[in-house]
Write a protein that binds this ligand. Structure first.
Ligand SMILES: C[S@@+](CC[C@H](N)C(=O)[O-])C[C@H]1O[C@@H](n2cnc3c(N)ncnc32)[C@H](O)[C@@H]1O
Length: 370
């Protein structure tokens, strides 16, 4: 089932959280000269128009980028994200919103590589066309690539499967963003399976998973399941702009679960999340949560690399041979890191009675997450 179109949701509160964290992670990787690879398993269209088409329908950007647009008190780390979005809108009017591939492309250097996957036949066409125009524009400006092969590769296919064939990346440095629609509950299972496999192939990679915080059981279980995946550490951040609506429709809360996060991320989030709650919060239930933990890892000698069948249109098949044995202690909270902490909005900054309700697009099922 492929009915999800991210254009309906572009620039909403969930995109703000996801893209702000994404930019933080990429900028951290960019601190070293060595090239890195960014993999986007679910890329979407890359760039969205906010004043035409899908985004106009429910104006979800009013829950996210909208209230941030004219603020002059934005914390420095969040300002980096805001500046990037504003750079897409040189007229100063909020017209375009960059999806994750565009955010990444703006941050990444000429030596870094983007590997983008998208399954939807219409979205992949738009994504490819967007990047074709962007690259043509950059070539016109005289920008040249410094990596051999293509800096950006766009794959029409299943990102969960395609990831197998490209891990580990050549430089052994990289970030993978996993951002499925969660239209079908199997996405929750596939996220976990995909990460377990990826961490065998590329244990030192950083992985970021966006997920909706919903009342459905699969959503509640996902972060708990991810905490138990063997890795060096994890960080989980959620942003709720309100309590759940009485009818259960709409997305009020989402999270980013990061495996092997940079050590700097938690402090940055502690600075930015209270601000996001204050500015985006719609009622007294608005809050953020940050929790982190570590996993004990016991490696056995000579880990066996998982085999990849590269014959299947560039996607790997076959189960990995697990070459390392690990004991998992992910649910232990580290006292030094403070374990889980919750912050709430001091006071919503806007008139709640006037707040636009996020109506559900007509073509969404009740379990649709965003
Ligand atoms: C939430 S959107 C991605 C948004 C994008 N990451 C961003 O932040 O701008 C999810 C996308 O995944 C695509 N998709 C769904 N299942 C997929 C799969 N198995 N592999 C690759 N793409 C998939 C959908 O068509 C949709 O465009």
């Amino acid at each position: 089932m492929l009915s999800y179109r991210h254009g309906f949701h572009a620039g909403n509160h969930a995109d703000v959280l996801k893209h702000f964290v994404l930019i933080e992670l990429l900028n951290y990787l960019g601190q070293k000269d060595t090239a890195y690879t960014y993999v986007d398993t679910h890329s979407g269209a890359g760039l969205y128009s906010l004043d035409t088409g899908y985004a106009m329908k429910n104006a979800e950007y009013e829950t996210g980028i909208g209230p941030l647009w004219d603020r002059d008190d934005v914390p420095a780390a969040l300002q980096v994200y805001l500046d990037l979005v504003k750079a897409m809108n040189p007229s100063g009017k909020m017209r375009y919103y960059p999806g994750s591939p565009y955010c990444a492309n703006e941050v990444m250097r000429s030596q870094d590589r983007l590997r983008l996957f998208e399954l939807h036949p219409s979205e992949i066409k738009i994504l490819s066309e967007n990047f074709r125009k962007l690259e043509a524009h950059k070539a016109e400006q005289g920008e040249r690539q410094t990596v051999r092969g293509k800096r950006i590769m766009i794959n029409a296919g299943d990102g969960f499967e395609g990831l197998k064939a490209i891990l580990p990346p050549p430089s052994r440095r990289g970030l993978v963003l996993i951002d499925p629609p969660y239209e079908v509950k199997d996405d929750y299972r596939r996220v976990k399976v995909c990460l377990e496999d990826a961490l065998v192939r590329f244990p030192t990679g950083t992985y970021a998973v966006w997920y909706p915080v919903l009342s459905r059981i699969e959503s509640k279980q996902l972060p708990e399941r991810l905490k138990r995946i063997p890795a060096n550490g994890w960080l989980n951040v959620t942003l709720s702009i309100s309590g759940p609506s009485p009818d259960g429709f709409g997305l009020h809360s989402s999270g980013m679960f990061i495996i092997n996060p940079p050590w700097t991320l938690e402090a940055t989030l502690r600075e930015v999340m209270p601000y996001l709650v204050r500015v985006l919060g719609k009622d007294v239930s608005a809050k953020f949560e940050i929790e982190s933990g570590e996993t004990e890892t016991v490696k056995i000698k000579s880990p066996v690399r998982a085999p990849v069948d590269r014959s299947a249109r560039g996607t790997g098949v076959g189960r990995p041979q697990v070459g390392s044995l690990r004991t998992n202690n992910a649910n232990r909270t580290d006292a030094n890191k403070g374990g889980a902490r919750t912050g709430t909005a001091a006071a919503p900054s806007r008139d709640l009675g006037q707040g636009k309700r996020t109506a559900r697009p007509a073509n969404l099922s009740k379990t649709r997450s965003r």
